[in-house]
Design a protein around this ligand. Structure first.
Ligand code: SAM
Ligand code: SF4
Ligand code: SF4
Length: 356
């Protein structure tokens, strides 16, 4: 039997990458994602005052997490992944919220790893609980892991994440390397006046630790709706700063859908990447779909509409019905984001619910 046609959208892009959020909960309060600490409010207040902008709503949020019954079970997630892989998806990333807050994640990995057609099974984590689960995740078949790490300074780490967790994250990264997850990636969201003074230190860390450190521009997906263009450090500026300090060699990639532009250090140890969705959007090559923890497909990070798969999953729909629905959803994928345009509307759900 010939393979079914791939998941094509109406702009000629083919979906190959599925990000699966398994929980909306998080134990961190990152200033760019869930800015719900007094420190975060103070940081933004200062910026808004200086720029004479109207203040965003930074009143403490009483957060309501989704109840367990609203979340897809691991069995349901496995089914969606299996159907999507049958339609040509090759990369699957488990994310959140903080995925390792959900019980039994190695069980989910063990369900997904044998699905034939997955070439890359990865996870994004804040790293706080990684060391506890690392061996089980590896044994279950997880291939790669990306950590979030925005600062190498204990106080600044706490200021950014709202938690005293730097030591645990560094231990998690060390353990991932020891266990042979490769390459270990580290994501740092760069925010002007918050951690941009640490760019060179973070790049130095990539080289010392032989990891791939990706600097990411701050996107308007924060729960405080406090994003300001002035807080974005453009990718070009990040690169100029790093080139002034290090001898960097560009990495030529044949993968057009890769979001990061990458460089290695002259001595070949470690790598840096720059992901610049705001100032150098890569929507034209976007091949990603996202499944939220409560079973909605998002065709773009900035989608204003979601597509609920739960009625199909919990009704009598067959896998063929599910596949047909996925095809239909993908046809409506947005061509690009509209950050910076007057029509731009920040989606209701934040990065912690969408799954980065
Ligand atoms: N909790 C896990 C973590 O932090 O790695 C996984 C989920 S988190 C939403 C996934 C990624 O999204 C993280 O690497 C984080 O840095 C990134 N992220 C969150 N909010 C962002 C924003 N407003 N702009 C850019 N990246 C963001
Ligand atoms: Fe949690 Fe990740 Fe968002 Fe930070 S970026 S608040 S760790 S979901
Ligand atoms: Fe893809 Fe939307 Fe991100 Fe553009 S903004 S790269 S279309 S998810």
């Amino acid at each position: 039997m010939s393979a079914p046609p791939p998941l094509n959208d109406s702009f000629g892009r083919t979906m190959r990458d599925l990000r699966v959020s398994i929980t909306d909960r998080c134990n961190f309060r990152c200033l760019y994602c869930l800015p719900e600490t007094e420190e975060a409010a103070n940081f933004y207040r200062g910026k808004f005052d200086a720029l004479k902008n109207p203040q965003p709503t930074l009143t403490p949020i009483v957060r309501e997490w989704k109840p367990k019954s609203a979340l897809l079970t691991y069995e349901e997630i496995e089914r969606v992944v299996r159907v999507a892989v049958g339609l040509g998806v090759e990369k699957v990333r488990i994310t959140g919220g903080e995925p390792l807050l959900r019980r039994g994640v190695p069980d989910l990995v063990a369900r997904l790893a044998p699905i034939s057609g997955i070439r890359d099974l990865a996870m994004t984590t804040n790293g706080a609980h990684f060391a506890t689960h690392a061996v089980a995740l590896r044994a279950a078949g997880l291939q790669r892991v990306s950590f979030s790490l925005d600062s190498l300074d204990h106080d600044n780490f706490k200021r950014i994440t709202g938690r005293d967790g730097l030591r645990a994250v560094l231990a998690g990264i060390a353990q991932a390397k020891e266990l042979g997850f490769a390459p270990v990636k580290v994501n740092a969201v760069v925010i002007r006046g918050l951690n941009d003074h640490e760019l060179e230190c973070l790049a130095g860390f990539a080289r010392e630790q032989a990891v791939s450190l990706r600097f990411i521009e701050f996107m308007p997906l924060d729960s405080g709706r406090a994003w300001l263009r002035d807080l974005v450090v453009p990718g070009r500026e990040i690169l100029a700063r790093l080139q002034a300090r290090f001898d960097l060699r560009p990495v030529v990639s044949e993968n057009q859908s890769e979001t990061a532009k990458r460089w290695t250090f002259a001595d070949g140890r470690g790598e840096i990447g720059i992901i610049a969705p705001v100032t150098e959007p890569f929507c034209g090559h976007c091949n990603r779909l996202r499944l939220t923890a409560d079973g909605k497909i998002r065709t773009c990070l900035f989608s204003l509409h979601e597509h609920d798969l739960k009625p199909l999953l919990r009704g009598n729909a067959s896998d063929t019905d599910l596949a047909a629905r996925l095809r239909e959803i993908v046809l409506g994928k947005e061509d690009r984001h509209h950050i910076g345009e007057p029509s731009f509307q920040q989606p209701e759900r934040t990065m912690s619910c969408i799954g980065g």
